[in-house]
Design a protein around this ligand. Structure first.
Ligand code: SF4
Ligand code: MG
Length: 328
């Protein structure tokens, strides 16, 4: 299907300086990422903290400027847009954060918070805001009376629902959620993920879900992209990535999801520094299958619909089966 968002060879390095101001290299946060997000689909970007997935999400919305690469939204080159052109596009692309307080002003009532984008983008005629806010609250499972209350009066899960209502207010086509449920209790996480899934389907939205937790994404993602040290190491249809993961890193991540029935050794060791990533395959310092070639040659993403970057992907033992019945 048609691409809503296309990222081409995106790169963002953050220079690092020591206390004396001398250059100490750069954090290679995003290091050559190409991804296509089909309209109406849910793409999950997963990886450990520090792998560059949050930076990638912000680059996609041009909230930070890439060093290189392209961003196309409905075929339009976002990097070529003027400030005014970008502002007009912004209402179509919304970001939901891990901490709802980051997007909710504690001095604004719920109604004011949700009505702000309505006014800013002149979405409803004057005087029509109250009814629209009530409608949006209902959409996210909150009572219309919530409008008169303050963010601190709500639980974390309710606050995230308010943040979602605010994100929906501008009528977006694309929502990027950066760990949107990670700060919530596990029982509440499922409710909010299900709500997001329903909204995406009902409103025909496109959703990029950034998460360190494959358990969170497995019930909602159509496609999964796995990131390691600023690069994508595996990408494909969620069902295939979960049932037949090709990259040892994906397999290790899956093994850490409770209830998947996957029994692989958890990943050993810490993530290497993104300032000096290992040569060859960046995962070789932690990979149980690493061979000489892995330390010398950079593996490229291979495959079409389901791609992986691993020299040995055709020689690895079959991935341990993932039994849907075991899933929690
Ligand atoms: Fe492991 Fe080598 Fe594959 Fe990298 S290329 S994931 S080190 S087997
Ligand atoms: Mg992050």
């Amino acid at each position: 299907s048609e691409a809503l968002l296309e990222l081409g060879a995106l790169r963002k390095h953050f220079p690092v300086r020591d206390m004396l101001g001398r250059s100490r290299g750069a954090v290679r946060a995003v290091d050559g990422v190409s991804l296509t997000v089909p309209r109406g689909s849910v793409l999950a970007i997963v990886g450990e903290s520090g792998c560059g997935k949050s930076t990638l999400g912000r680059l996609a919305l041009r909230l930070i400027e890439p060093d290189a690469g392209s961003i196309r939204f409905e075929g339009e080159d976002l990097r070529a847009l003027s400030a005014a052109g970008l502002r007009a596009r912004r209402r179509e692309m919304q970001l939901i954060f891990q901490d709802p307080f980051a997007s909710l002003d504690p001095r604004m009532t719920v109604e004011a918070a949700i009505a702000e984008p309505l006014r800013l983008h002149r979405i409803v005629p004057r005087g029509g805001e109250r009814a629209r806010v009530a409608e949006l609250l209902e959409r996210v499972g909150l009572r219309p009376e919530s409008a008169r209350r303050w963010p601190h009066e709500f639980s974390g899960g309710q606050r995230q629902r308010i943040a979602i209502a605010r994100a929906l207010a501008s009528g977006p086509k694309l929502i990027i959620g950066d760990e949107p449920v990670s700060a919530l209790d596990v029982s509440v996480q499922a409710q909010v993920v299900n709500l997001l899934g329903d909204l995406i389907r009902d409103l025909g939205l496109t959703f990029v879900l950034i998460s360190h937790d494959l358990g969170v994404v497995r019930h909602i993602a159509d496609r999964v992209a796995v990131m390691y040290l600023g690069q994508i190491v595996e990408e494909g249809p969620a069902a295939q990535v979960f049932a037949a993961p090709r990259h040892p890193y994906t397999r290790a991540l899956l093994a850490s999801v409770p209830g998947t029935g996957v029994k692989t050794l958890p990943i050993e060791g810490d993530v290497p520094s993104p300032i000096t990533p290992p040569p060859g395959c960046r995962f070789h310092t932690r990979c149980p299958h690493a061979e000489a070639i892995c330390r010398e040659q950079v593996p490229l993403l291979e495959g079409f619909a389901h791609r992986a970057a691993c020299h040995l992907q055709d020689r690895l033992p079959p991935a341990p089966a993932l039994h849907e019945a075991d899933a929690g």
